[in-house]
Design a protein around this ligand. Structure first.
Ligand code: UFG
Length: 339
């Protein structure tokens, strides 16, 4: 099966490309390199020993997107390419709607033109927003609270409508919880540009000496130790979820959404302790006030993906921390920018 991976030079896209290649899929990567780096593609080639083709393209260009798809004729698309900062989307809603929706529409137009019937979409736990029904199962109504979350939610509805109109179409939305960790080789990982917003890249940068200390946002939540709780999932487990989704879609059609998470949570303080164990030194940190917009806990029900796709997360927080630390140690300043 030939798979077009959009956004394949990014964190989750590059890890998924590795797993797809290792599972025997024929992969073409397209990325505009606005967030991802070409050196991630080079690393994917080294890890897998395979010459994955790469095309630099902005998917907001409808004509070029359709032309590319006519040339490649993929059997399936795994669509990652999107802006991804929740925080940034609050101050730049138009950019988020334009980029995330338009690129998705153009991919769908290209699929229609070429008769491609399988779309695996990079959705997010953020579609559940501040819904109080934790742990979330896939039937919990969407309640996104930011422009970023609404682009994910709305694109899921677009996919549903396409599946209603075309009974052969398979549209799968994978709702990621907190993807963290890195490939076991240490050659690809989460490579933030600028100051990281997320917990893991911040922790690894403190551990490697790029930042002085971690700020823990709140210790007065109603959780196990007062700090925020999240369902952290190893990015390689997450990547394998996409392989399972594609295999399922080969023989099925219709719209389905799946949570990809461990189905259990760890607190920020528990993560710090696990990371200190992995790197063998104390991690300087300071408790500060809550970060606005944060929820106390976000945990999924992971049963549907196991039952339907035969997939579940295998790697625990210790393995996640070991791999994240190996990646950061091997690449203290991230991957090189080599467009
Ligand atoms: N945190 C800190 N210090 C930091 C960064 C984070 O204490 O420097 C805490 C947060 O307060 C939160 C936890 O660590 O309790 C996790 O925060 P992240 O920023 O790593 O992740 P979020 O859960 O806020 O966001 C993640 C993804 C989003 C996605 C969202 C869906 O990063 O892309 O989950 O729920 F939309």
């Amino acid at each position: 099966m030939k798979v077009l991976v959009t956004g394949g030079a990014g964190f989750i896209g590059s890890h998924t490309t590795v797993e797809l290649l290792e599972a025997g899929f024929d992969v073409v990567v397209v990325d505009d390199l606005s967030l991802g780096k070409y050196s991630a593609i080079e690393a994917v080639r080294k890890i897998t020993g395979k010459e994955v083709p790469f095309v630099k393209l902005d998917l907001k260009d409808e004509k070029a997107t359709i032309e590319l798809m006519e040339e490649i004729k993929p059997d399936a698309v795994v669509h990652f390419a999107a802006y991804k900062s929740v925080h940034e989307s609050i101050s730049q809603p138009l950019e988020y709607y334009k980029n995330n929706m338009e690129s998705g529409f153009n991919v769908l137009a290209g699929m229609k033109k070429t008769g491609c019937r399988i779309l695996v979409f990079s959705s997010s736990a953020t579609v559940y927003g501040d819904n109080p029904e934790i742990p979330f199962d896939e039937s919990v109504p969407h309640a996104p609270t930011t422009a970023y979350g609404r682009t994910k939610s709305q694109f899921e509805f677009v996919m549903r409508d396409i599946c209603t109109a075309d009974e052969n179409f398979a549209g799968i939305a994978l709702r990621y919880f907190n993807p963290v960790g890195a490939h076991e080789s240490g050659m690809i990982g989460e490579d933030s540009r600028g100051i990281p917003n997320s917990l893991f890249p911040y922790i690894t940068q403190v551990a490697v000496g790029r930042r002085e200390k971690l700020f823990v946002f709140g210790n007065d939540y109603d959780t196990v130790d007062g700090s925020g709780v999240r369902d952290f999932i190893h990015v390689t487990d997450l990547a394998r979820g996409h392989v399972a989704a594609l295999k399922w879609a080969e023989h099925n059609s219709g719209f389905e959404a799946f949570n990809l998470g461990q189905g259990k949570g760890e607190s920020v303080l528990e993560v710090i302790a696990a990371f200190e164990k992995a790197c063998g030194k104390p991690l300087p940190h300071e408790i500060v006030g809550r970060r606005s917009g944060d929820v106390p806990a976000s945990i999924c029900k992971a049963e549907k993906a196991e039952k339907v796709l035969g997939w579940k997360a295998e790697m625990d927080i210790d393995k996640i921390c070991q791999d994240a630390w190996r990646w950061q140690k091997m690449n203290p300043n991230g991957l090189k920018d080599n467009e």
